[in-house]
Design a protein around this ligand. Structure first.
Ligand code: GLA
Ligand code: ZN
Length: 665
């Protein structure tokens, strides 16, 4: 497989939306911005296939010729993220039926029914034609299939395909009825054709929840698989003509709809689009990068970010001077080998005309954003391939699992506020704040690689996981889990015998009841070490079964019952956190767990800076970023190292202002 020889720097480029004079302008301006890469043909299906019988690549030929002449690294998209109008008119089945049961007309994008044979046929055919025509062009460095896959379809084709998927999974209706607990409300089905899709016309609820989580979970898995099959269909069509160029599609961080760990197995390289809100904590962005890197445990591409502004959020603030640069280096620090923008030239009409771009509507290089893009481009050019061979290593693994994500947010009770990503981030943040590297890992990761495994809200414990965890802890690993863990198996039926089900032995506790606290209510955890902190959301009422209590509830009828515990299991330890504690409480526990696990930050006094290490053998590259409002000095441990950006050694006098970055080796 081909690999990148330099950091790809560029982004989505739509010359097809512009007259040819502008193309020449673009080339000149991109050169001045040190842009070396362009992603083309993302939404051009209607242009390259104007009718069912006719393909016309003449304009794309010219675009690719131009970019090849200019030695661009081209990311070639397949254009299948938005279907052409003629297709929707002739084959209404290609459009989706939504959660409310409405069959859609032509419009929008990301709009194809994944189980439409027409869509399957024409998307793969187009990908194949593109690969045949351009696959041997050495400037094409990556295939970009579709765009930001997602969404759901509840049409008749999907319903039929769902039944086939279920038959394959369960074999018999008995097994299916049992898995979905269909005796409840007399839902038992006696014929595969009685199964309907769980949208709001079936067992889905108006609020997105469901009467039967078993059905809805299987639908989510099925839908993710269906869309993945579209990706694979195109990938295989490309592979007929091009075996060498990596194939990707742009993912979206913690996006809920698709099981990205499963997807990543089918992708040669992960790429993703990073669009933080104006108030997204930097720790959350870092976590998303770590998750995207974790999907394949390998460097990834940043396929999109805006140079400054978005258009689709509620408040589309400008990135402050230096912010885009700092955000880009944070991305590289966490494992990216490309920095790509959406978009290179701001569009003239439609809903993204206010979306930031390298070239603004003014059309000149004389803008703040252009200058910042050009400065970063020059720096990345100087950096050359210095980071490309390096990787991020971590001793801490945090479990992220899409089945858990879906299942937790489908449950009715105990609290509507039990959302998945928030809890993962709260535990991630402890490590982020201390510059302790984290790998985001799947449920079936090789735990033995890690000294500390943290699995917040591990609501669903799937077959095999508990054995793997027990072996891990027996051999000396440290494991941290929380409230709402160990409750159900993979079909969302409860692990009987008391919570936290299969984790009960490991944690050495039995949770008898789970109290839910409204936002205005709270309790308190009084820790044995003399500290105390506020807690809420849910409170596990638990009994010790071998574990020691680290702190008890301070009030209510369960005052004095353990809220946080630590169990010894084989050579290792297990922490069970029975309630949602405020940050300082979580920190206290993770600090103790990290001590048990002998996990330390490489730069123990980070001074409030974000410090991330990428390494290759003996070579260590430290990214030092200041996201605080204060000026900061370089931590002592890094003094004397050379900054790859300025070429100068850092000293005690070196100061980082807000958004300053050093890359030290
Ligand atoms: C997504 C899409 C792009 C564009 C941007 C705007 O990431 O992939 O086509 O719409 O959003 O932020
Ligand atoms: Zn469908």
């Amino acid at each position: 497989m081909k690999t990148f020889q330099r950091i790809l720097y560029g982004g989505d480029y739509n010359p097809n939306q512009w007259p040819r004079e502008i193309w020449q302008e673009d080339m000149k301006m991109f050169r001045n911005a040190h842009i070396n890469s362009a992603t083309v043909n993302v939404f051009s299906w209607a242009k390259i296939q104007p009718s069912e019988e006719e393909y016309d690549f003449s304009e794309l030929d010219d675009i690719i010729d131009m970019l090849s002449r200019e030695e661009y690294d081209i990311v070639l998209a397949t254009s299948t993220g938005a279907i052409p109008a003629w297709m929707a008119k002739r084959y209404p089945e290609v459009e989706r039926t939504d959660y409310e049961g409405r069959h859609h007309k032509f419009g929008h994008r990301h709009n194809a029914c994944p189980n439409s044979p027409v869509y399957q046929k024409y998307s793969a055919k187009l990908a194949g034609k593109l690969a045949k025509r351009y696959g041997s062009n050495p400037h094409i460095k990556c295939w970009h299939i579709n765009n930001e896959y997602g969404g759901e379809c509840y049409c008749e084709n999907c319903e039929k395909a769902f039944r086939v998927w279920l038959k394959k999974k369960y074999g018999t209706l008995d097994a299916l009825n049992q898995a979905w607990n269909m005796e409840f409300w007399g839902h038992t089905v006696y014929d595969w054709d009685e199964i309907v899709l769980p949208n709001v016309l079936g067992d889905g609820m108006e609020n997105g929840r469901t009467a039967f989580a078993g059905i809805s979970l299987d639908y989510k898995r099925f839908n993710s698989d269906s869309i993945l099959a579209n990706f694979i269909g195109e990938r295989e069509a490309i592979r007929v003509f091009d075996k060498e160029t990596p194939v990707t599609t742009n993912l979206m961080g913690t996006f809920k709809g698709l099981d990205y760990f499963k997807w990543a197995k089918e992708m040669d390289i992960v790429s993703w689009d990073n669009y933080p809100r104006y108030d997204t904590p930097w720790s959350e962005t870092a976590m998303c990068h770590d998750l995207m890197r974790g999907l394949k445990d390998a460097p990834f591409m940043l396929m999109e970010q805006t140079p400054s502004q978005q258009n689709w959020q509620a408040y589309n603030s400008l990135k402050r001077p230096g912010q885009m640069r700092a955000q880009s280096y944070q991305t590289i620090a966490h494992g990216a080998n490309t920095i790509q923008f959406f978009q290179l030239r701001r569009s003239v009409g439609a809903c993204e005309k206010f979306h930031g771009a390298v070239i603004a509507h003014a059309g000149t290089e004389n803008t703040r954003v252009f200058r910042e893009v050009a400065q970063l481009g020059a720096e990345l050019e100087r950096l050359g391939d210095a980071v490309l061979d390096s990787r991020n290593e971590a001793q801490v693994g945090i479990v992220f699992d899409w089945d858990n994500y879906w299942a937790l947010e489908y449950t009715s009770g105990p609290s509507i506020d039990l959302t998945y990503v928030r809890h993962i981030h709260e535990y991630y943040k402890y490590f982020y704040d201390r510059n302790i590297a984290v790998n985001m890992i799947p449920c079936d990761a090789d735990f033995s690689q890690y000294k500390l495994i943290v699995a917040p809200v591990l609501y669903m414990v799937k077959d095999g996981m508990v054995e793997a965890l027990e072996t891990y802890v027996e051999n000396g690993g440290t494991f941290v889990t929380t409230y709402m863990s160990g409750i159900v198996g993979q079909s969302d039926n409860v692990h009987l015998g008391g919570y936290p089900g299969p984790l009960r032995k490991l944690a050495g506790v039995w949770v008898e009841e789970i109290d839910a606290l409204a936002p205005e209510q709270c309790n308190e955890v009084v820790m044995h070490n003399g500290t105390s902190c506020s807690c809420g959301l849910v409170c596990d009422l638990m009994h010790l079964e071998g574990a020691e209590s680290l702190g008890e509830y301070g009030k209510d009828f369960y005052q004095g019952m353990p809220a946080v515990t630590r169990n010894s299991f084989g050579k290792g330890h297990v922490y069970y956190v029975g309630t949602h504690m405020e940050e300082q409480g979580i920190s206290g526990i993770l600090e103790q767990a990290a001590m048990d696990a002998d996990v330390k930050s490489e730069i123990s006094d980070g001074n409030g800076l974000e410090i991330v290490c990428r390494s290759a053998g003996e070579k260590k590259i430290y990214f030092v970023l200041n996201f605080t409002d204060q000026e900061k000095h370089i931590p002592a441990a890094l003094l004397g190292k050379k900054d790859l950006l300025s070429g100068e050694d850092v000293t005690e006098e070196t100061v980082l202002k807000k958004y300053d970055v050093f890359i030290l080796q």
